[in-house]
Design a protein around this ligand. Structure first.
Ligand code: PLP
Length: 391
């Protein structure tokens, strides 16, 4: 098939929920992907922060192939070695000792909210303006952006929104019926917004003082993106619950709700479930992916190359007036533009670099953590040419 044939079939047979680029991808290796016409691209989007260990990492491929020959799926009514081994590994690398497995970020957040309500006996969730937590009905409600909710009402009760970065606003919103505060340690889809210094620590203190649980949505920030395994470690704040998905499976779909102590023990049999959640194939992929992050020192690499990429983006800010701000942590970087950045993304794609535009005016860079400095140099050179042409 060629790109045109794929696009035609998509239009005919797939629900048109995505504003897709005119690009069909065939293969991926490391930080590179290839389309159906044989053109190669440096991928600075990594499947929206999924391919942290790079495309088709040999360890993940081997784990999937080996596991697929043994046992692809079995019901959660039975134990599997792969699920307990992944849970044990997560207890080592995360601030939590218990896991529940599901299939996506939205589903992980749903599980976290059920867990918080079950543990506290309270109903209200305080979430942030400009946040993003997924596309289920409850998660578009938790999400602090009107565009995701419009047309899908009625929405469930029990969610309030306050300004991101403002602890007093959370304090004012807490009532006797508040179960949890749900927050992204760095807002991703909202435009790579890093919270003010001390905000997350203050939030934790406030939650402790009011017996309210703190939930970190680490679906995008997790597994090395910020230069530590979790952003909670980068900001040195331990939440009560962490939700994960995206990079957990090294490209294979899996999500999780992680918690500690009494919170982690709050669900009883029958309270929550997912048919596919934590099936042996997904868990084998996830274990290989986490082990790869550790064995290949990808946390240090994310810190070092993240700094290198950020410097390159800052150079672009000095060169081009349309760049207003460069921000982010580790390999989660944003470049705020004075114009809508759709055209920039398209031009960069034509020149062999995949980046993303979020919140209309923010170029978002989420490359695989294994990206090499020479590839970053190429990305910067392409960006320089595109920004020069557009401005
Ligand atoms: N939470 C955050 C912070 C996200 O960035 C996303 C997806 O982009 C989600 C939740 C939803 O994840 P999923 O698309 O796997 O449901």
């Amino acid at each position: 098939m060629n790109t045109e044939e794929i696009i035609d079939l998509d239009k005919k047979y797939v629900m048109q929920t995505y504003g897709r680029y005119q690009l069909a991808l065939k293969e991926g290796k490391g930080a590179l992907v290839t389309d159906f016409e044989g053109k190669t691209y440096i991928d600075c989007f990594a499947g929206i922060a999924v391919n942290n260990v790079g495309h088709s990492h040999p360890n993940v491929v081997e784990a999937i192939c080996k596991q697929a020959k043994k046992l692809i799926h079995c019901s959660n009514l039975y134990y599997t070695q792969e699920q307990v081994e992944l849970a044990e590994l997560l207890a080592k690398v995360s601030p939590h000792d218990k896991s529940f497995f599901c299939n996506s970020g939205a589903e992980a957040n749903e599980g976290a909210i059920k867990l918080a309500r079950k543990f506290t006996g309270c109903g209200e969730i305080i979430a942030m303006e400009n946040s993003f937590h997924g596309r289920t009905i409850a998660m578009i409600t938790a999400t602090g952006q009107h565009k995701y909710k419009k047309g899908f009402e009625p929405l469930p009760e029990g969610f309030k929104h306050v300004d991101y970065g403002n602890v007093e606003a959370v304090a004012d919103a807490i009532t006797d019926n508040t179960a949890a505060v749900l927050v992204e340690p760095i807002q991703g889809e909202g435009g790579v917004i890093v919270p003010p210094k001390g905000y997350l620590k203050d939030l934790k203190k406030l939650c402790n003082e009011n017996d309210v649980l703190l939930i970190f949505d680490e679906v995008q920030t997790g597994f090395g993106r910020t230069g530590e395994m979790f952003a909670s470690q980068t900001f040195d704040v331990t939440p009560d619950i962490t939700t994960v998905a995206k990079a957990l499976g090294g490209g294979f779909p899996i999500g999780g709700v992680l918690a500690n102590g009494e919170v982690g023990d709050a669900f009883e049999p029958g309270n929550h479930a997912a048919t596919f959640g934590g099936n042996p194939l997904a868990c084998a992929a996830a274990k290989a992916s986490i082990e790869t992050i550790i064995d290949e020192n990808l946390l240090d690499k994310a810190k070092e190359n993240g700094k290198y990429l950020k410097n390159k983006l800052e150079e672009q800010k000095n060169l081009h007036k349309i760049v207003e701000d460069v921000r982010g942590v580790g390999m989660m970087l944003g470049m705020e533009m004075s114009i809508n950045c759709g055209e920039i993304v398209k031009n960069a794609q034509d020149q062999g670099v995949l980046i993303n535009c979020t919140a209309d005016t923010v170029l978002r860079f989420l490359p695989p953590l294994i990206i090499e400095k020479e590839q970053i140099d190429t990305v910067a050179a392409v960006l320089d040419g595109v920004l020069g042409k557009i401005s």
